[in-house]
Design a protein around this ligand. Sequence first.
Ligand code: ATP
Length: 218
Amino acid sequence: MGKQSYAVIGLGRFGTSIAAKLYEAGQEVLGIDINSERVEDGIVSITHAVALDSTEEDSLKSVGIRNFDYVIVAIGNDMQASILTVLLLKEMGVNKVIAKAINKRHGQVLTKVGADWVIHPERDMGERVAHQLLSPNVLNYIELSNEYNIEEIMIPPSMASKSLRELDLRANYNVNAIAILSHDNLIISPSPDQIMKNGDKLVVIGHRRDLNDFVNIK
Ligand code: ATP
C-alpha cells in the first residue's frame, strides 16, 4: 500500500494505538488532542501532533484537515464533541471519516451525521473474545454477511499428511479452502495436490453453520 495521510483526533488509548500502528507502517500521521499533555506524549510515536479543539472549525482548517485521506475521530466519553467533530469534518468535505462509538445510540448518531465507518471497540472486542472461547481452533475470522465467514483455522491432527484432494472439503464439509498458511508461507488458491502438514493453518470460506462443524473436527 502506498503512503496515505491520516489524522487521528483524540489521543487516548484507542487513538494512540491506531496512530502508532499507522506510523510504524510508514504512513503520515497527524495526532490531534485538546489536551497538550496527550500531544506531548503522542509526539514520540507519530509524525506530527498538535493541540486543538476539534469542535472548532477554524482550528481544523488551520491544520488543513480536508487534505487528509482519512480522519479518525477517537473521542469517546465526550459524545457531544465526538458528534460535532464528525459533523464538521463531513461539512468541510473530508473524504473518509472513521469514528469510535461508545454505545449503540452514539453509533447511530455518528452514522446520521455522516461518519463513513463507525467502530464499536468494546462491543466488537467482546464478541471476538467470546468467539475465540467458543472456537479455540479459529485463529482469525472475517464476517462476510450474516451467514458467511472466512476463517483461519488450525488444522486438526487428523488432516496432517493428507492432500486437499483427499480431504475434499467441498464435498465432505461444504467449505472451500482459499489459502494455506504453512509456517510463514502463504499459499493462495492451493492446488488439490497440496499436502497439509501438522501446524498448517487453513483459510476457508463457507456458511457459518458448516464452518462451525468443520472447526470441531478432532
Ligand atoms: P481511550 O478510551 O481511547 O483511552 P479516554 O478514556 O482517555 O480514551 P476519551 O474521552 O475517549 O478518553 O477521549 C480520548 C481523547 O480525546 C482524550 O485524550 C481527550 O483529551 C480527547 N478529546 C476530547 N475532546 C476533544 C476535542 N474537542 N478536541 C480534541 N480532542 C479531544
